[in-house]
Design a protein around this ligand. Structure first.
Ligand code: HEC
Length: 278
């Protein structure tokens, strides 16, 4: 199925979009150049109508001095840095000089900025609060107590999770799986085996690329736990897929039970035994 993307800006065809984009950029450039040209033409027309004489060096000097005087008259604004650090400008430092001098070196009385002092006293107040909360009254939990509480909570959550039969099924793993000969389980296993496993292990588990699953010889163990583990994690380097991502734990358990139910069925064309006898 093709996804339809609708956008008022896109035609859906990349090359047409690029051409339209280029045309747009070109027209904007043409517009900018025409505006510039218009201003140049205006300037020339104005000059032609009443020509201005070139300014003399004296005149230039006068304008420069005027501008400098204007600059100097402007009150200086303190920079952000000066404001933040509450620093006085260099010209006013004279008022900060302290009484004493040593070897002709004077000291300035530059007070610490208010925000810094707020932070400083803030940390002291916070520390007192922290001490009272965690170590004097014991309202707050310390790290190790937090850990214990979380572990206890996890145990409660786990019990609640497993109380639900649906979840209990997915809690099966290679350590707690038990073999079953229940017809329903074997049926489910057989259904899962068809298509998924038959290409490599054969319709009856007789083995093709994968080994014969009906004999007593096993490469990775023939106990229910071992078979479960092999199916779950696979043997990727040998071509046996790990099924844990595509199948649920219960499905893997059903498959393992089904595989074990094939023991001794002696299908036709069975592959030669591989691995250890169990
Ligand atoms: C792409 C091919 C392929 C598919 C699909 C496949 N297997 Fe395998 N399987 C193998 C190969 C190859 C081995 C042997 C691994 C080795 O040599 O260690 C193997 C090994 C096994 C073993 C271990 C046998 C032993 O002797 O210990 C079991 C059990 C098994 N597969 C079950 C399954 C099940 C169940 C499925 C379907 C869910 C499945 N396999 C799908 C290729 C496949």
């Amino acid at each position: 199925m093709k996804e339809v993307v609708s956008s008022s800006w896109s035609t859906g065809n990349t090359s047409i979009d690029i051409v339209i984009g280029l045309m747009l950029i070109t027209s904007i450039m043409v517009l900018c150049v025409s505006i510039l040209m218009l201003r140049v033409i205006k300037f020339y027309v104005k000059e032609a109508a009443n020509p201005k004489p070139f300014s003399t060096p004296e005149e230039k000097e006068r304008v420069r001095l005027e501008q400098e005087a204007l600059e100097a008259a402007k009150p200086k604004k303190p920079s952000i840095w000066q404001k933040l650090m509450q620093l006085k400008p260099l010209e006013e430092e004279g008022s900060l000089v302290m009484e004493h001098k040593f070897d002709g070196i004077a000291e300035l009385n530059n007070p610490t900025p208010a925000w810094f002092m707020v932070l400083f006293y803030g940390t002291i107040i916070f520390a007192i609060g922290y001490l009272l909360n965690y170590h004097v009254f014991g309202y707050g939990k310390l790290q190790d107590e937090e850990y214990v509480a979380e572990i206890e909570q996890a145990a409660v959550d786990k019990a609640a999770f497993l109380a639900n039969p649906v979840n209990a099924a997915s809690a099966v793993n290679e350590n707690n799986v038990v073999q079953s000969k229940d017809a329903k389980i074997l049926e489910s296993g057989a259904a899962l085996f068809a298509n998924r496993c038959t290409p490599c292990h054969g319709d009856h588990g007789q083995g093709i690329v994968g080994p014969n699953l009906t004999d007593e010889y096993w490469l990775h163990g023939g106990k229910i736990q071992s078979v479960f583990k092999t199916i779950k994690y696979g043997v990727p380097e040998k071509g046996m897929i790990a099924w844990e991502k595509s199948l649920s734990a219960q499905q893997i358990a059903d498959l393992a039970n089904y595989v074990l139910s094939l023991q001794g069925t002696k299908p036709a064309g069975a592959k030669a035994p591989q691995g250890e006898k169990e």
